[in-house]
Design a protein around this ligand. Structure first.
Ligand code: URA
Length: 239
């Protein structure tokens, strides 16, 4: 773990806004180990040093990001329903702290990010950030060049909704890669349904630059981001 600033540590531990925690620090309420620290930009290693507010220890919650290759028959929900939650495949001691970044259908496989950090979930799922997601898709009939052209414009996917322009790359008669920058409910199935095609297989290859193929993960296997990868992904939300 790298060093963090004392004001950021306290803000992340829900002690209030940066300006509020700066005031607490300047008024001498905070100790690092046994020393009162009055400098908000004081940097320390939270895994090695202990922080106290009014002599009460502030517990440090390490952030974590996991990338899992989701198998079929698991759901992207924090609780088991008809199928078990995907969280059953991750370290059980973290179960309560983990948040799933977006949703894949029960029969969809592939790249899924799971994290302790709620802001990261918001970043990856907020439509304004237009995060690209690429899927391998296999359907029941031929995919035509006309469809490749058609998806470049909004498609009526039913229930009054339209897809945003996306990219379709034919791989074989009945398989393709499709890249979307949004995530409406069942969106890919609904796009192909608009062409009278049924999706038989759907595998998310990547979310932005993150992919299970980078770590050779088989379905059901996960990877925990190392310190460098963690700092890199957290920098998307300002570290
Ligand atoms: N689109 C779908 O139809 N299903 C998914 O799981 C993801 C995207």
């Amino acid at each position: 773990m790298s060093k963090v600033r004392l004001d950021k540590f306290l803000a992340d531990a829900n002690f209030g806004t940066r300006s509020h925690v700066k005031t607490l620090i300047k008024h001498g309420f905070i100790k690092v180990n046994s020393e009162v620290i009055k400098n908000p930009s004081f940097s320390f290693d939270p895994l090695k040093e202990k922080v106290f507010y009014n002599d009460q220890l502030i517990s440090y919650e390490e952030e974590a990001v996991f990338l899992i290759n989701k198998p079929k028959d698991y759901i992207c929900s924090n609780i088991d329903e008809l199928y078990p939650s995907i969280l059953n495949l991750l370290p059980s001691e973290l179960f309560k702290k983990l948040k799933i970044v977006g949703r894949l259908d029960v029969d969809t496989t592939g790249t899924l990010l799971i994290t302790t950090n709620g802001k990261l979930v918001n970043y990856f799922t907020h439509p304004k950030n237009s995060i690209n997601k690429t899927y391998f898709v296999k359907v029941n009939h031929k995919i035509t060049p006309a469809m490749v052209e058609a998806v470049k414009r909004p498609i009526d996917i039913g229930k009054g909704e339209f897809s945003l322009p996306c990219e379709l790359e034919i791989i074989s008669d009945d398989s393709a890669k499709i890249t979307l920058s949004e995530g409406k409910y069942h969106e890919i199935k609904r796009i192909f349904h608009a062409f009278n095609l049924e999706v038989l297989e759907l595998d998310r290859l990547n979310i932005d630059k993150y992919s299970y193929t980078n770590y050779n993960l088989k379905q059901g296997e996960y990877y925990k981001f190392n310190e460098e990868e963690l700092n890199d992904i957290l920098s998307l939300i300002g570290g």
